[in-house]
Ligand binder design. Structure first.
Ligand code: NAD
Length: 260
């Protein structure tokens, strides 16, 4: 199907596990996509997609925690495909440490990307949407970590709780314009980020490499760790007109792990 035909979607963190899977799904649904991530050159998987969808995709190097970089990304996006109608606000980083060792540097690093970056990318896109009179859709990546604290993961959990809160405020502010703002809260998804999570748990909980990953997969009610492609259905749905009466929600896409 072509549920996003000709809509311009901006995907941040597009070279990551979830970003790539959603980018591919958006292209299949007919969207024109701006893929943004940190490296100056596109990730090989993105380069491959540009070859497959030359008229539908371009890559922009951007750091979402820097205002000037957001401005340049927005200008490049608009220059190529016009105003952004769908934002998949996905770039984020992870780190963990025992609470008493969770210092200011870790706080600043995580909040600079996960909260400040997420918010100001959203604000820039909303301004473009309003200026162009587009009834767009924004999807912010939260996490099950934003629903519940964790002893070793305090800064990351708090950053994702902030995403859920900004999603609600932005949805209310944008409702008069017909712009929808929702979130997705993944559970555990097998991506490069989770390789880092696993390595950190191995260190702090004295586990063998890979042990945490197996354990969290088994703990999911549906019985397995999510694959990046498991996020794509919700990402397409929330971007599409099928979700036209849904706003201010953060949808758990987690195999049944969280119930509220
Ligand atoms: P990932 O690490 O595979 O991908 C994240 C991407 O964001 C990377 O390509 C990275 O280069 C990019 N990025 C980081 N900092 C950036 C910056 N300052 N500017 C631009 N790009 C930047 O992570 P993922 O697992 O695909 O996660 C995607 C989103 O889903 C994140 O918001 C994450 O917090 C959230 N999430 C993931 C999981 C999971 O289990 N993997 C669970 C819950 C939530």
């Amino acid at each position: 199907s072509q549920r996003l035909k000709d809509r311009h979607a901006l995907i941040t963190g597009a070279a990551g596990g979830i970003g790539l899977a959603v980018l591919e799904a958006y292209l299949r649904e007919g969207a024109r996509c701006t893929a943004a991530d940190l490296p100056s050159e596109p990730h090989p998987a993105i380069a491959g997609l540009i070859e497959r969808y030359p008229a539908q995709l371009h890559y922009v190097s951007a750091n979402v925690s820097l205002g000037e970089s957001i401005d340049a990304m927005m200008a490049a996006a608009r220059g190529r495909f016009g105003p952004v109608a769908v934002l998949f606000n996905n770039a984020a980083i992870f780190d963990m440490a025992p609470l008493l060792e969770s210092d200011e540097r870790m706080y600043e690093r995580l909040f600079d990307v996960n909260v400040k970056g997420m918010f100001f990318v959203m604000q820039a896109v909303l301004r473009q949407m309003i200026e162009a009179d587009l009834k767009g859709s924004v999807i912010n990546l939260a996490s099950q970590a934003g629903r519940r604290g964790e002893a070793l993961v305090s800064h990351y959990c708090a950053s994702k709780a902030a995403v859920i809160s900004y999603t609600q405020s932005a949805a209310l502010a944008m409702a008069p314009y017909g712009i929808r703002v929702n979130g997705i809260a993944p559970g555990v998804v097998d991506t490069p980020m989770w390789d880092q999570v696993d390595a950190l748990f191995a260190r702090y909980e004295r586990l063998a490499p890979g042990e945490k990953k197996v354990a969290v997969g088994k703990a999911v009610p549906l019985g397995y760790m999510g694959r990046p492609a498991d996020m794509a259905g919700a990402a397409v749905f929330l971007a599409s007109d099928e979700a036209s009466y849904i706003t201010a929600q953060t949808l758990n896409v987690d195999g049944g792990s969280v119930m509220s």
